[in-house]
Design a protein around this ligand. Structure first.
Ligand code: PTJ
Length: 243
C-alpha cells in the first residue's frame, strides 16, 4: 500500500499500475523498462508540460482534425496508462483506434482491445495483415486502419515503425519524453511530454481551436524548433538543479 502523502505518490502508483498490467498480460515486461526511460526524461522537464510541449499538443489536434483518415495507434503501455484519455480523444477528433504491438501475440491484442473498449473506445479491429515494410511484428496492421491512414498518432513508438510510416508518406505525431530518440527526430511532429498529460491537451484543443487557429498551427509546424526547445528547457532545468 502506497501512502498518499508519499512525495513520489503519483510515480509509485503509476509503476504499480504498470506492474499489475504486466501480470494481466497487457503491458510487456520490456514496457516497464521503456517506462523507466520515460520517467528519467520526465524528471528533466520537471514532470510538467513545457510551453513547447503545449504548442506541440495543440498542433497535434490541428493535424488530427484536418486529416482525411486519422488513426491512433495503441500499444500495451498506452492502453494501461491512458485508456480513458484515448476514448476521450477519439470522441473529440473522430480517429480510428487500432492496436499495434512490438511484442505481438493475438492474446495481447485482444486483451488490449478489451481494455480500450471497457474505457469507451470504439476499437477498429478485425483481420490484421503484414502490411508495413518492417521485419518485426509491428508490420501487422489493418488495411483500412493504420495502413491507409494519412495522419497517425503514435504514443511510445519505436523508431523503426516511425521511419516506415514516414517512408509511406504519412504524417506521424509521436508522444515521446525522449527528444533525442529516433522516433522523436523522424516524426512529423513530436510532443515531448508524458502521455497522460499530453493526451488531454490534444483533446481540449480539438474542442476549442477555431478553424483559422488550426490552419495557422499546421502551417507553422517546425519539429526541429519544438525538439530544440524541449532540449533547451531540459538543459536549463539541469543547469539550475542545485541552485
Ligand atoms: O506494447 P508493445 O509490445 O508494443 O511494446 C511497447 C514498448 C513501449 C515496449 C515499445 O514500443 C518500446 O520498446 O518502446 P521504446 O523503443 O522503448 O520507446 C519508448 C519511448 O517512449 C522512450 O523513448 C521513452 O522515453 C518514452 N516513454 C516511456 N514512457 C512514456 C514515454 N513517453 C511519454 N509518456 C510516457 N508515459
Amino acid at each position: 500500500m502506497i501512502p498518499t502523502n508519499h512525495p513520489r505518490y503519483r510515480s509509485l502508483v503509476t509503476r504499480e499500475l504498470l506492474a499489475e498490467n504486466v501480470k494481466k498480460g497487457i503491458v510487456s515486461l520490456e514496457g516497464l523498462t521503456a517506462h523507466g526511460r520515460g520517467e528519467a526524461f520526465d524528471y528533466f522537464i520537471g514532470e510538467k508540460t513545457t510551453p513547447s510541449a503545449f504548442l506541440a499538443g495543440q498542433t497535434a489536434a490541428a493535424m488530427l482534425l484536418s486529416a482525411r483518415h486519422p488513426v491512433i495507434s495503441v500499444n500495451g503501455n498506452t492502453a494501461a496508462l491512458a485508456a480513458r484519455e484515448i476514448a476521450d480523444l477519439q470522441r473529440a477528433c473522430g480517429a480510428r483506434v487500432e492496436v499495434n504491438l512490438f511484442h505481438r501475440t493475438e492474446e495481447r491484442v485482444h486483451l488490449i482491445e478489451d481494455l480500450l473498449r471497457s474505457a469507451g473506445t470504439d476499437v477498429f479491429s478485425g483481420t490484421a495483415e503484414r502490411l508495413l515494410p518492417l521485419s518485426h511484428d509491428r508490420a501487422w496492421c489493418r488495411r483500412e486502419g493504420i495502413f491507409s491512414a494519412d495522419v497517425i498518432l503514435v504514443p511510445l513508438e519505436d523508431g523503426d515503425r516511425c521511419e516506415a510510416l514516414i517512408g509511406m508518406g504519412k504524417k506521424v505525431i509521436a508522444v515521446d519524453l525522449n527528444p533525442l530518440s529516433r522516433t522523436a527526430r523522424r516524426a512529423t511532429l513530436t510532443i515531448v511530454d508524458e502521455l497522460t498529460r499530453a493526451l488531454p491537451i490534444i483533446t481540449d484543443a480539438c474542442t476549442n481551436l477555431t478553424k483559422s487557429e488550426r490552419k495557422k498551427l499546421v502551417e507553422s509546424l517546425d519539429n526541429n524548433y519544438l525538439l530544440s526547445e524541449a532540449i533547451r528547457e531540459m538543459t536549463m532545468r539541469l543547469s539550475h538543479a542545485l541552485d
